[in-house]
Ligand binder design. Structure first.
Ligand code: ADP
Ligand code: MG
Length: 353
């Protein structure tokens, strides 16, 4: 494919494209592009949902770049990267003397985003207390620095992203339903790459040209056979994984590096399709199935016990420590979220750590 035909696949992103986005031709991404053009100028919150590596960051930056606030600040907050105790002061700032060590006033990122875009990445990581503060911001544009007497007003366009199913988090009691409706005024669902197989050749061509240029290489287009393999692959890391494969190919210069990097698909134990042909490991399958069952049971019992973990441990006939370990191991809601929730509803019996 020539450079000109590649550039025709690439959509311009307003005046200053943050990076090139290949929308391709599959339905899911066409729907995303249609919505993007419609929402560009409207100051409404946007929720971007999609698995890791599907392009949530790049789309969020494009929303900013094509909005009337593109000359204003672009402020990104990667929620899981900031420890829970710091997140509130990072987001909302604090006044002098608000807590030990607050020697001066510090504005938060919400304020820094005034007349621009605030991008909250992995929004499900906000605990319930911070979720209420964010709700207030979205409802009336007001927030309060820690230790301040009065609320402040800001104008910000809020864009949130998550790779989790927030509906499930609401059911688990770790995400506020009212906040969900507020941030979800416009929803963009980025399809996983395995559902965009028809776009893979365009993406490969784009990344090939891009990395050839960047690393001053001359890697040739991929063979038809390898392209056919890539179109069938399940892409657990989505576009990020595809880009990394092409990058390695450009640098190392042979197709074998791509083929050897493709990971076998993890079987889905609860679907009707348990792979019984070819080589299977009964031990591995059973272990994973047991873990999944355990996760479900623990979640149910925790909900029944209103997240009182001591009570839940008794109900499950395991030690409190074992339960804490299992909660962490199963990736169930963090202690942080649970504690906040308990703190929000004082009537509930809170288990101490
Ligand atoms: N549609 C796309 N076109 C071109 N590159 C993309 C596209 N979507 C994602 N990428 C690239 O894939 C990588 C992962 O994207 P990112 O936006 O960080 O994903 P996420 O935030 O969903 O994990 C980045 O290098 C990004 O530039
Ligand atoms: Mg991201």
């Amino acid at each position: 494919m020539t450079t000109s035909s590649v550039s025709s696949l690439v959509q311009p992103l307003g005046e200053m494209p943050p990076e090139t986005i290949v929308f391709g031709r599959t339905e899911g991404m066409q729907a995303v592009r249609d919505r993007l053009t419609k929402l560009a100028s409207a100051n409404v919150p946007v929720l971007i949902q999609g698995e890791s590596g599907t392009g949530k960051d790049i789309i969020a930056r494009m929303i900013h770049a094509s909005s009337p606030w593109r000359t204003g600040p672009w402020v990104k907050v990667n929620c899981p990267a900031i420890p829970g105790t710091l997140l509130e002061s990072e987001l909302f700032g604090y006044e002098k003397g608000a807590f030990t060590g607050a020697y001066g006033m510090k504005p938060g990122r919400v304020e820094m985003a005034h007349r621009g875009t605030l991008f909250l990445d992995e929004i499900s990581e906000l605990d319930l207390g911070l979720q209420s503060k964010l709700l207030q911001l979205l409802q009336d544009g007001q927030f309060c620095r820690i230790g301040a007497q009065e609320d402040k007003k800001v104008e910000v366009r809020v864009v949130c992203a998550t790779n989790r199913k927030l509906e499930q988090e609401i059911e688990n009691g770790t995400f506020r339903a009212d906040l969900f409706y507020r941030i979800n005024v416009v929803n963009l669902h980025l399809p996983p790459l395995r559902e965009r197989a028809a776009d893979i050749p365009e993406l490969v061509t784009y990344f090939l040209e891009y990395h050839n240029r960047k690393y001053n290489c001359r890697a040739k287009p991929l063979s038809g056979e390898l392209m056919a393999v890539l179109r069938k692959y399940h892409w657990p890391g989505n576009i990020r994984e595809l880009e990394n494969l092409v990058k390695r190919y450009v640098i190392l210069g042979n197709e074998e590096v791509i083929a050897s990097d493709l990971r076998p698909r993890e079987p889905d134990f609860f679907s009707a399709e348990i792979p019984v042909d070819g080589q299977i490991s009964l031990k591995k399958l059973t272990r994973a199935a047991v873990r999944e069952l355990e996760r479900k049971v623990i979640l149910k019992v925790l909900q029944n016990c209103h997240w009182n973990r001591k009570q839940a441990a008794r109900a499950l006939s395991i030690s409190y420590r074992a339960l804490l370990y299992k909660i962490r191991d199963a990736g169930l809601p963090s202690n942080r979220a649970i504690k906040r929730r308990d703190a929000d509803s004082p009537k509930q019996d809170v288990a101490a750590d």
